[in-house]
Design a binder for this molecule. Structure first.
Ligand code: UN1
Length: 486
């Protein structure tokens, strides 16, 4: 294992409020899920009043930031993007230590965050509108976009750089001011991002970082009348609460929540490719992605061959310390998640799903939350085939034919993404049209998406306008229609 000095350092992560680094009311710590003896960060935790101070700072900064020129906003975002890209190895190392993603995956995520800032630097210069003739004589009509105001951004732990980036970058690009709360499991990643943003010399209050519990910090952001828009990525249960609170006070809201994404494998698929898609989509990042393919829906005639090959591939995967070279899957994020995953193993067995492989807690040289990837043969009504697990556990459902596979794919309360492996253009095209999801993938894993196109789902997975790409403007701006006598 390659060990550098940086791979052991404990960071002191402070909050960034109104242009100043601040300690919190309490402190917390984050640990390395690959080696729980290692403290990654001691971080400042806010209470309600410190969170309110950050919100007020953002509200005070808004009138100025909204009037900055697109060039100024583009320069700021470009600078942030450049610094992230220049430091992607270091940021990736921090991410791998704090979240447990393998180092190559973590570095790729850091790079993704940099590219997102660069993309929105360009978008800041391209905020356009429409102009048209009125239905009345001699009247002009135009449609313009304006920033929404203060946006509260609540991010999860599983993409601790990319998801904050795809919320913060468009928020700033379109002239909003930000209160950002990272997950308590990954405060150092949130702080590292904030440090880079702080160096871009934004006016005080334009960007604020507050850390702490969802119950105190998150709830204060969600309920504050000064927060005009809320973007949340996380669990369905929390998302529901955010939605209730936001709609009660009519704040604009965007939610990205769970998934139980299908990967359909048809009889005519390139089976090696299909197994690759399943391994990558279901198990990489320890299955801790809302885009994970946790339901593998396989046509009967290739079912057994697919399961044999997949089982073989799973047995060959290396599970271990996220910084170790050659490791395919790191630990799961914490002890609670591991216990929950192991509980799912019991649930699946008890309800009659057939256990094919894995699902054991693993011992390694360091004490970490390691588990082997698990595979079940399930029935559509099994909980293991219906509920989001957020771990390296997937199940195979057998389908009689394409129509049955499509029916199974859509038979879920979720609708984030859906994949199909086939060599038939007819089925690929039909699936793209009829899958009840926000994103479809043909002969590709369901997880691992591009940063410059819309991201989001339907049904129970998402609420509100899409994130990412040019569509991010729908959430981060408000439309104004202007009429003028010519
Ligand atoms: C990806 O699959 O590349 O929480 C991104 C998640 C998603 C992001 C997935 N919001 O897993």
């Amino acid at each position: 294992m390659k060990r550098t000095e940086l791979s052991h350092v404990t960071h002191t992560a402070r909050q960034y409020i109104n242009g100043r680094w601040q300690t919190g009311v309490t402190t917390g710590s984050s640990e390395n899920p690959s080696d729980t003896s290692e403290v990654v960060a001691e971080y400042a935790r806010a209470d309600r009043s410190q969170t309110e101070a950050a919100i007020r700072a953002a509200a005070d900064a808004f009138p100025h930031w909204r009037r900055t020129t697109p060039q100024r906003r583009a320069d700021v975002l470009d600078q942030i993007g450049s610094e992230i890209l220049a430091r992607k190895d270091q940021l990736g190392l921090l991410l791998a230590r704090e979240e447990g993603k393998t180092l190559p995956e973590a570095i790729a995520e850091a790079a993704r965050a940099g590219h997102i800032f660069k993309f929105f630097a360009g978008e800041a210069l391209r905020v356009g509108g429409e102009s048209m003739d009125s239905v009345r004589p001699d009247v002009l009509v135009d449609v313009t976009r304006e920033p929404v105001g203060v946006v509260g951004l609540i991010a999860p732990w599983n993409f601790p750089l990319a998801i904050p980036a795809w919320k913060i970058a468009p928020a700033l690009a379109y002239g909003n001011t930000v209160v950002f709360k990272p997950s308590e499991l990954v405060p150092a990643c949130g702080w590292a991002l904030a440090e880079i943003i702080a160096r871009a010399t934004l006016p005080a209050g334009t960007f604020n970082l507050v850390m702490g519990s969802g119950r105190e910090v998150g709830q204060t952001i969600v309920e504050s009348p000064l927060v005009d828009a809320l973007s949340f990525t996380g669990s369905v249960a929390t998302g529901e609460r955010v939605l209730q609170a936001a709609s009660a006070r009519r704040a604009k809201v965007q939610l990205e929540m769970g998934g139980k994404n299908p990967l359909v494998v048809l009889a005519d698929a390139d089976l090696d490719r299909a197994v690759d898609c399943a391994v990558q989509g279901a198990y990489f990042s320890a299955g801790q992605r809302c885009t994970a393919s946790s339901r593998l829906i396989v046509e009967a005639s290739v079912h057994d061959a697919f399961v044999v090959r997949l089982r073989h591939r799973l047995a060959a995967l290396h599970i271990g310390h996220a910084l170790e070279r050659g490791v395919d899957i790191g630990p799961v994020v914490n002890g609670e998640q591991l216990a929950q995953n192991l509980e799912w193993m019991t649930i699946a067995r008890d309800e009659g799903a057939e256990h094919v492989y894995g699902g054991e807690a693993l011992q390694r040289a360091t004490t970490g939350h390691f588990m082997s990837p698990a595979l079940f043969l399930a029935k559509p009504q099994h909980r293991v085939a219906r509920e989001e697990i957020f771990g390296p556990i997937a199940c195979v459902l057998q389908a009689d034919d394409y129509e049955h596979a499509l029916h199974l794919a859509n038979d879920t309360p979720f609708g984030l993404c859906a994949g199909i492996c086939t060599t038939s253009l007819k089925y690929a095209m039909h699936f793209r049209r009829h899958a009840e999801v926000g994103m479809t993938m043909v002969n590709l894993p369901t997880a691992g998406i591009d940063f410059h196109v819309p991201f989001g789902g339907r049904k129970g997975s998402s609420y509100g306008p899409r994130e990412q790409g040019r569509y991010a403007a729908e959430f981060y701006t408000s439309i104004k229609t202007g009429y003028m006598m010519a």
